[in-house]
Design a protein around this ligand. Structure first.
Ligand SMILES: NC(=O)C1=CN([C@@H]2O[C@H](COP(=O)(O)OP(=O)(O)OC[C@H]3O[C@@H](n4cnc5c(N)ncnc54)[C@H](O)[C@@H]3O)[C@@H](O)[C@H]2O)[C@H](O)CC1
Ligand code: K
Length: 551
């Protein structure tokens, strides 16, 4: 498990380390700068291991402590014989104490230091070429939209990178212009190849678009005290509310999956009832059921329309089938409630929604399941659309419900627009989960899981190959499978999302990024759950020098 922090949390750790613990600010900064210089040297190194001749580095620095880190890193490279210079953006005289100190050291050493105007001139004459550009304009101190000269400078950096005048952009802590909490671009943002971040990964480099802009992320422990020695961050407002540290999972977290005990039978691993499928959507029911079985569920029963009998029995004979007709449901409600009651009593886990469609009878089905299920219920797709269309159904929400909306479904549930939700992914999921006391899996390229007690998980596995019909149905099946193995709602949701992404990575290795189908994804679940056998593409992106898994 890796911890993810907000900008405010990181600044609180900085302040705590410096003022309460007494670690001098410049000591932390030297360690931060050393890590940046080390990574830059790694890029500059020829295969033979020597520094490339004429290797040049420009460090573009703001006047805060991020800029101070940038000056210090350039100085370390300069002292090792690299031709490294500094560009100053903003008014240096207004810089922080540390910035002024770092600038003085660079000046005393006779380093080349350009003002923004001088740099612009150099750029416009085409004289600005370098192997590595260090982006140290803003770090976690970015507090408003980037405008004017700062925005121009960021556009210039991106232009130089695009045209090949700069081979590699290395961001200090976070790409300048990326919001450290939401990953949103604050007007303009640097597009980096590498980000060297300090202490813990920032939420903004896990959430998109910040995640794409950060490139490879290296996490460096620069000597901060542990997070649990700090008071949690408190949200400003009338009701003071603690903001939890978020987390993400890696391969080590697969150990959370319960052992498959030798002395067991199919009942040991959960009976999953999948209420899914309609006349024109039978695939959703199939994929969910297949995924639940592939995750390890002992018994899967499909409750679906009679029209799907033949196809489901031939595609997945391992599943038990109970069918109904729309007419039976509309006309004989009491009779149908008995059937639902019986099925709910049988089930250890219920999945409600994939491919149910929006027929009039679906409202009754959703109401009956929500009122009668006595086990965890994973509500997805048309289950959620039905709840959005009939808001009284939210009154049946209970603490063992997991909802798995994508952005469109979440928009329908909350009445917010998709862009609003996308910009506030974590808050939207967290508020819904807290308000209704359930687990919310808000699906996006970086899925967020908000637990009813306030915990936040952000997913870092997965691939764009998964952006295809049926992927969501597989996820509901995985989560249901994990619930069947006995995991609680939070763990099933978090680990389910992680395994789903990992299965996508593995399946895409075989089929290629464009050709993968949701059924390929479901078939890869077994390997994805096996940490020892499966490789992990995501891990090569998050290369932690001192990760919490090792700590
Ligand atoms: N010892 C330490 O403190 C360490 C800090 N580290 C690095 O420091 C940054 C955080 O530094 P900080 O000075 O707090 O903020 P920034 O440098 O990120 O911000 C600079 C400055 O800019 C102003 N500002 C904010 N938004 C805008 C804007 N849109 N336009 C113009 N100006 C803006 C803001 O007021 C700030 O004053 C952290 O990321 C680390 O890189 C190291 O961790 C070492 C220890
Ligand atoms: K930066």
């Amino acid at each position: 498990m890796r911890t993810l922090v907000t900008g405010k949390q990181m600044k609180a750790v900085d302040a705590h380390a410096i003022t309460t613990i007494g670690i001098p600010s410049m000591v932390l900064m030297e360690r931060a700068a050393f890590a940046v210089a080390r990574e830059v040297k790694g890029i500059l190194k020829e295969e033979a291991g020597r520094l490339a001749p004429g290797a040049s580095v420009w460090s573009v620095c703001g006047t805060g402590n991020n800029g101070a880190d940038g000056i210090a890193a350039a100085r370390m490279l300069f002292l090792e014989g690299v031709s490294a210079g500094v560009v100053l953006i903003g008014q240096p005289e207004k810089g922080t104490e540390e910035f002024l100190q770092q600038l003085k050291i660079a000046r005393n050493l006779g380093m080349e230091i350009l003002s923004r105007e001088q740099w612009e001139e150099l750029c416009s004459q085409g004289g600005m070429r370098c192997r590595v550009l260090i982006d140290a304009i803003f770090g976690v101190g970015l507090s408003r939209q980037v405008q004017g000269a700062y925005a121009e400078c960021i556009r210039r950096i991106n232009g130089l990178r695009q045209e090949g005048a700069v081979e590699c952009v290395a961001a200090v802590d976070i790409p300048s212009g990326v919001h450290s909490d939401t990953g949103q671009v604050m007007g303009e943002a640097v597009s980096a190849d590498l980000t060297v971040t300090f202490g813990w990964e920032k939420r903004g480099t896990v959430l998109y678009p910040g995640r794409s802009l950060a490139g490879r992320v290296v996490v460096e422990n620069i000597g901060f005290p542990p997070l649990d020695s700090l008071k949690p961050e408190v949200r400003d407002g009338e009701d003071e509310e603690e903001i939890p540290y978020a987390c993400t999972y890696g391969p080590g977290d697969l150990e959370r999956i319960p052992e498959r005990a030798a002395y067991s039978n199919k009942g040991t691993f959960g009976k999953v009832l999948i209420v899914a499928g309609s006349e024109n959507m039978c695939g959703a029911a199939y994929l969910s059921a297949l995924a639940a079985y592939r995750t390890g569920a002992g018994l899967v029963k499909l409750l679906t329309v009679e029209e799907n009998r033949l196809i489901l029995q031939s595609r997945l004979p391992e599943a038990i089938l109970v069918t109904y007709t729309a007419g039976q449901l509309m006309e004989g409600r009491e009779e149908f409630r008995k059937l639902i009651d019986e099925q709910c009593r049988w089930a250890d886990v219920v999945v409600l929604g994939p491919g149910l469609g929006c027929g009039a009878y679906v409202e009754y089905l959703v109401e009956d399941i929500l009122t009668m299920a006595c086990s965890p219920v994973v509500v997805d797709a048309d289950g959620l659309n039905t709840i959005a269309a009939h808001p009284y159904l939210t009154s049946y929400y209970t603490e063992n419900i997991i909802i798995t909306p994508h952005l469109g479904e979440m928009a329908r549930l909350t009445g917010q627009s998709i862009p609003q939700i996308r910009e506030n992914l974590v808050e939207t999921a967290a508020e819904y989960a807290a308000h209704y006391g359930l687990t919310c899996v808000l699906k996006d390229a970086a899925t967020v899981v908000a637990s009813r007690e306030g915990g936040i998980y952000m997913n870092t596995s997965g691939t764009s190959a998964m952006a295809k019909a049926g992927s969501g149905d597989v996820l509901t099946g995985i989560i249901a499978g994990l619930l069947g193995l006995g995991m609680d709602e939070t763990e099933s949701a978090r680990l389910g999302v992680y395994i789903h992404g990992r299965a996508g990575e593995l399946a895409a290795e075989k089929t290629g990024c464009h050709g993968m189908l949701a059924s390929d994804l479901a078939e890869a679940i077994g390997s994805a759950m096996d940490g020892k056998k499966a490789g992990n593409a995501a891990e090569s992106v998050w290369q932690s020098r001192d990760s919490e898994e090792k700590r």
